[in-house]
Design a binder for this molecule. Sequence first.
Ligand SMILES: *Cc1c(COP(=O)(O)O)cnc(C)c1O
Length: 379
Amino acid sequence: MRKEFLPFTAPAVNENDIAAVSAVLRSGWITNGPVNAEFEQEMCKYTGNTHAVALASATAGMHLLMKVLDIKPGDEIITPSMTWVSIANMIVLAGAKPVFVDVDRDTLLVQPEAVKAAITERTKLIVPVHFAGAALDLDAIKAVAGDIPVLEDAAHAVGTFYKGRHIGQNGMALYSFHAIKNITCGEGGMFITDNAELADLMRRWKFHGIGMDAFDRQNRGRSPQAEVLAPGFKYNLTDMQAALGLSQLRRVDEINAKRRELAALYDEYFQEIPEVLPLVKPQGYDSVHAHHLYVVRVNTPKIDRNTFMAELKKRNIGTGIHFRCAHLQKFYREYFNFAPGMLPATEFNSDRICSLPLFPGMDADDVKDVIEAIKDVLA
Ligand SMILES: *Cc1c(COP(=O)(O)O)cnc(C)c1O
């Protein structure tokens, strides 16, 4: 048995990252400032887009977007239930209704037909997820969306490409730099769009509704008498965090290549373990996967998912659940009367899903340890 505990994830922090954060601490400007601006520019370059707004988190970005798009009670927003619940939470906080659509059983991606069937005259926004770093079929989803805006939840998708281009083009995408994401700020997020007006509004709402922040006022020659245009939030990212994100972004291809290598090893091993089903890669279009998570489904009468996870833990292997579906969590069941049976593929996965260790600091022997522990649990 493995001697040391293998967590399911660990941030890839190196000495360059530490030096970059230290440099900010020594600079005399530690909240959002020049490093935020550089991080925004570099994310635009990497993802091939024009406007970026660095934020305290992706959840903060969703909260802001509800204001920017003037989402009101009675409005509907289409999103999967098989995702992190923060997107649905922000929809509910705006007084709107999350309209949960089922996902494909084996890719966990939102399908265009499901979106089409869920659209009503009250639909104001569609928020599909590039799940685990797999690219959505964006052309097909945007075709059914028509004039309804689409926000790509790109929390898992720095380094996800669709038909030769980075995801998040021609519209809006929201990235997360939470501690477990492919690149991290500790906590952080970024809204990226090709729409200058949207970006300006997000920037205004993220900082008190003033429309410019302290850095702009001091360094960009703008009026220090700036006024509040509407009461806004305080969702800016510090330069200490931006420095970590920027330093990580400079080696994102290296980080993702390591993830890809480890995921390919898992894929090979699981061909001979029929009780455990890895996710299937998207079919029918050209894409590059960011391998944010290595998700499997425990699908055997021998053992349930929770026992499987507990048994792996006894063998020093950490795991996670991404995700327990949103529509069956206590608040959603009680407030919206959502009940089991509503979203069969989502619920099938919610009961069986399990994320195995996957992070750039692992090696082939670690993957082998995970596989040996799984074989032992199933024996
Ligand atoms: C992490 C995550 C979020 C939220 O990101 P934060 O930066 O933690 O707010 C949203 N959607 C998905 C799919 C996520 O995994």
